[in-house]
Ligand binder design. Structure first.
Ligand SMILES: [Mg+2]
Length: 313
């Protein structure tokens, strides 16, 4: 059974700025595979920030699906425009950071992408709100907010993973951990120095799974708070997080929440879906309206083997 309605075109939203480099050829292959499958497609190339949001707002009723050719930032823009509508989104791993595409196990090979459109499943996905703004993946408060703030201040052009090295290095040595008061679903659960994350998916940059058990469709957000006052404690937290054992630690809080308020002893920046987000105080909750996503059909055979490489990317 087709996942999408063939009588309405698929809209392809291309972000020419996002990790695009060598992917022109792959895009040409995708166009050819769509034509071979007989799926009509309309292409749109974005012209700048928020252009994707503006474009897709006009699509309900006119598009059977929106294929996003970009990274998490572009998916975020499309999601903002389609929240609360029935139009499903296929997030292709075509940017620098593709956390959502990895979480959903979206393939990168063009013919397999077309197979997701033809035979995939449509699933509901929660969208979060931070101080009234949408987010899709994860918010970091404190340390990584500072990293992204420094990165953005120094940014001159396209961002690669290497661009993060100096901002992380400098922040690591210079960061002064804020004191945080965290109220989750009406209860104060933390009042100490540290860093906090609120996530809708498990994946975070560089293979870390900070919100390890997060599910994007459970109507809840995963809150992780690392109690931390100096650099050595942060190193230990990072090591336990790499091992994915951090929720078991006594100095880490891990819980599912509907609403969380984070206040700090001074305004600190947040990182929201990889970009600079609002500064504290933050009110974070699940938005009343979510989005719909196209995902591959349920895995079978080799797909269920626990050691397959994709799981660690
Ligand atoms: Mg969730």
């Amino acid at each position: 059974m087709a996942a999408i309605d063939r009588s309405t075109p698929v809209h392809l939203v291309i972000n020419p700025q996002s990790g695009y480099g060598g992917r022109q050829l792959v895009l040409a292959d995708f166009r050819a595979a769509m034509a071979a499958a007989g799926l009509p497609m309309v292409e749109y190339t974005t012209r700048g920030p928020d252009d994707a949001t503006r474009y897709v707002r006009d699509l309900p009723g006119k598009a059977s699906a929106v294929v996003v050719w970009g990274g998490d930032g572009t998916v975020h823009e499309v999601a903002r425009g389609l929240a609360g509508t029935a139009v499903p989104i296929l997030a292709c791993p075509a940017g620098t950071e593709n956390l959502l595409a990895k979480e959903l196990r979206i393939p990168s090979e063009p013919r397999r992408l077309v197979e997701v459109l033809r035979r995939g499943r449509v699933v509901d996905c929660d969208v979060g709100l931070v101080n009234g703004r949408h987010f899709l993946l994860i918010i970091g408060v404190g340390f990584d907010g500072e990293v992204v703030r420094r990165l953005t201040a120094a940014r001159t052009g396209h961002i690669s993973h290497l661009s993060y090295f100096w901002p992380i290095w400098r922040t690591f040595w210079e960061h002064d951990f804020p004191r945080m008061k965290i109220v989750a679903d009406g209860q104060e659960i933390f009042n100490d120095f540290g860093l906090a994350f609120v996530g809708n998916i498990s994946r975070y940059a560089v293979g870390l799974r900070i919100c390890r058990d997060a599910r994007f469709d459970d109507g809840l957000l995963d809150l992780v708070v690392f109690s931390c006052r100096e650099q050595t404690a942060l190193m230990l937290h990072a090591a336990w997080t790499l091992l994915r054992l951090h929720p078991l630690r006594g100095d880490v809080l891990y819980q599912r929440v509907r609403h969380v308020r984070i206040e700090t002893d001074r305004p600190v920046p947040s990182e929201t879906d990889g970009d600079v987000g609002p500064s504290t105080p933050l009110d974070i909750a699940v938005a009343p309206e979510g989005i719909r996503l196209l995902v591959p059909p349920p895995a079978s055979g080799w797909g269920l083997w626990p050691w397959r490489a994709g799981d660690f990317l």
